[in-house]
Structures are given as structure tokens and as C-alpha cells.
Design a protein around this ligand. Structure first.
Ligand code: F0G
Length: 350
């Protein structure tokens, strides 16, 4: 069941809302016990890479597209660091509506680019960063009457609350800490809105501290000012002027949480650790929170034994280039058993 059906009573869906559905949501919440033991916490990973287009964006996109169709939109438009464009293109394809996606030229992971092109969107590479692309998309949407499906579209964040609702259902309560990567700052805001709504409805007994992690080279919410030239290996969160900055600041302040940043090196080593100790391959941006937990632990700022949920926002398969730049190559052999046995005997497993 997709999120519109599963959470119909908590979302603005009516009889007039088209039934858009790619069976998004209901993603696994996995106990990462080996990582949790190292950190001295109970660590849960929300596997948002299991969504149909491989990222959390599908939760909000399904409602944004359904409402756009309900309002008679003839085309969709968005700017994106990659995942929003993949998601928008997928739902546009399934709904039979044209989609224009604006991407920062040369700064989008290969898998995401392949997705948008395969789903049949008009893919436009802008010589500028995401912030510039979003500015252009908003102006074009106004002039051409296209529905903009970035998180400036309020339906996106309303439906992204479903991630928090699922976590409360999976854990039978809210966690102590919720750690999440922050780019345009919509998701952290949506999760906070989701947790507070479930607390209000009596479906959770407490609220988590919201801990938002940015890449050091694109950390406007940590430095407190826009970053004119954002740069990070985690291209999904390569954003200098987050649209939902105010909402995100409120979420962090109200929850007693914080924004923090991690270096590209810390992000990449967290990505390898998550794969090697957790069995989960997530894209670099998704690993900023794990890098952040490791950093806080090293500063003795991670309380022992707490329950932490970590949103693994996008699938690692989206960015094969970054992954391959960090790992070795396969061991090559001919086609004999002897050669194979030599490899096995030469490894740690005897
Ligand atoms: N993680 C991934 C994998 C993302 O793609 C994004 C944002 C974020 C985290 C940050 O979420 O923007 O709500 O704070 N990607 C957007 C895009 C910007 O265009 O795909 P946020």
C-alpha cells in the first residue's frame, strides 16, 4: 500500500485526488547492531533507499504529483541535486504528464541522471549550482503554469511526515534522537512535524532530539549564513541556501537538537563502515549522520544506551563512481579451481 492509501486520513487526499501510487513508503527499519555496539547506542537505520525511485523523495512526490494532477497541471517542473528529479520523473511517467528537471551541470550522481533520462523527463543541465537551478525553476513554473514539485510545494513536506509516522509505528514510540542529513532542509522539518503530530495524537509518548548533519563545504545551517559556493562529495546535499532553513531551525530549537557538520573524508569513511558493519549501502549524503554520531562519540557527547533513528535517505547504487573511487578492484583469476583455492587460502578465511 502506498503512502496516500496508508495515511489517507492524515493527508489532504479527497475523492477528487487521483490515485497515484508506486507502492512507496513502508520502508524497513533495521537494527544496525554491530554499529550500535561500537557507538554504545541502539541504532536503527530507516532504509529509504528501498523506495521505488531509491530515495525518500517518493513519499512527498506522490502527494505533490497527485495534487498537481487534481489541479489540472499539464506539466511538472523541479530543480534537483538528483533524487528529486528521479522521483518526479518516475511519478510523471506513471501518470502520463510531462516533466522538466533542472540539474546542476556535472554535479549529479550517474544513477540519478540515468533515472531521469530513462523515465523520459526533459533533463536540463544548468551551468550553476542547485540554488540557481531552483531559482530558474520557480520563475519558469510561474510563467508557464507548470506545477513545481520541489519542497517549496507544501504537499511534499506534508507527505514526508509519513517517515516519522512509520518509525513511531515500527518502534511503538518515537526514538530519543533522530539523526538526518540536511540539504534543502525540508526532510528534517517534515520529520519534526510528523513526530509532533503523532505526539499530539497520542501515538508517541515523547519527542526526539532532532540532529541535522551537513557536509562541511555546504553547511549554511551550521555557520549561520548562506554558502555561496557549496562543495562536497555528497552531491545530494550540495546546497548553499536551503529553502526550508527557518522550519529546520525551529525543529532543531524546539527539540533541543543541533546542526553539526562533517568532512567529506568522514562521510566517505562512514559510508564504508555502514556497508561493512551494517550490510547497508547508502549514498554519501545519507552517511553524514553516521559520520556525525562517530564525531559526537569521539567528543564524549553521545549518551550511552539511547535509541537513535538514522534516515538512510538514498540508495548507494545511485552513485557508483564515488563508491568505486574508494574501494579496491575484484581479485582476478583464470578459470581453474587451483587459482580460486589460492585466493581463498590467501585470505583471512582458511
Ligand atoms: N539525502 C539525500 C539522498 C538527498 O537527495 C537529499 C536532498 C537530502 C538528503 C537532504 O534532504 O533537502 O530535505 O534537507 N536532495 C534534494 C534533491 C535536494 O534535489 O534531490 P533535504
Amino acid at each position: 500500500m502506498g503512502v496516500l492509501a496508508r495515511y489517507a486520513s492524515l493527508l489532504p487526499v479527497t475523492d477528487a485526488t487521483p490515485n497515484v501510487n508506486l507502492e512507496e513508503g513502508s520502508t524497513p527499519l533495521v537494527l544496525l547492531s554491530r554499529l550500535g555496539e561500537r557507538l554504545g547506542i541502539k541504532l536503527w537505520g530507516k532504509l529509504e533507499g528501498c523506495n521505488p525511485s531509491g530515495s525518500f523523495k517518493d513519499r512527498g512526490m506522490v502527494l505533490a504529483v497527485a495534487k498537481a494532477l487534481e489541479d489540472g497541471a499539464k506539466a511538472l517542473i523541479c530543480a534537483s541535486t538528483g533524487n528529486t528529479s528521479a522521483s518526479a520523473s518516475a511519478y510523471a511517467a506513471a501518470s502520463g504528464v510531462p516533466c522538466f528537471v533542472l540539474l546542476p551541470a556535472g554535479k549529479v550522481a550517474l544513477g540519478k541522471l540515468a533515472q531521469a533520462l530513462m523515465y523520459g523527463a526533459t533533463v536540463i543541465a544548468v551551468k550553476g549550482n542547485f540554488d540557481k537551478a531552483l531559482e530558474l525553476a520557480r520563475l519558469a513554473a510561474e510563467q508557464k503554469g507548470c506545477a513545481i514539485v520541489n519542497s517549496v510545494n507544501p504537499y511534499r513536506l506534508l507527505a514526508q511526515r509519513t517517515g516519522a509516522w512509520e518509525i513511531c509505528e515500527q518502534l511503538s514510540d518515537a526514538p530519543d534522537w533522530h539523526v538526518i542529513p540536511v540539504g534543502n532542509a525540508g526532510n528534517i522539518s517534515a520529520y519534526w512535524a510528523g513526530y509532533t503530530e503523532y505526539k499530539r495524537l497520542g501515538k508517541a509518548s515523547k519527542l526526539p532530539r532532532m540532529m541535522g548533519f551537513q557536509a562541511e563545504g555546504a553547511s549554511p545551517l551550521v555557520t549561520g549564513k548562506p554558502c555561496p559556493a557549496p562543495e562536497t562529495v555528497a552531491t545530494a546535499i550540495r546546497i548553499g541556501n536551503p529553502v526550508s532553513a527557518q522550519l529546520a531551525k525551529a525543529a532543531v530549537a524546539e527539540s533541543g537538537g543541533e546542526f553539526n557538520s562533517v568532512t567529506d573524508g568522514e562521510i566517505l569513511s562512514a559510508q564504508r563502515l555502514l556497508a561493512a558493519l551494517g550490510g547497508v549501502f547508502a549514498e554519501p549524503a545519507s552517511c553524514a549522520p553516521l559520520a556525525g554520531l562517530i564525531k559526537l562519540k569521539s567528543q564524549a557527547r553521545l549518551p550511552e544506551g539511547i535509541t537513535v533513528t538514522m534516515v538512510l535517505t538514498g540508495n548507494g547504487l545511485k552513485d557508483p563512481d564515488t563508491a568505486m573511487s574508494q574501494v579496491g578492484r575484484p581479485v582476478e583469476i583464470g578459470d581453474t579451481l587451483d587459482e580460486l583455492l589460492r585466493v581463498i587460502e590467501g585470505s583471512a578465511v582458511k
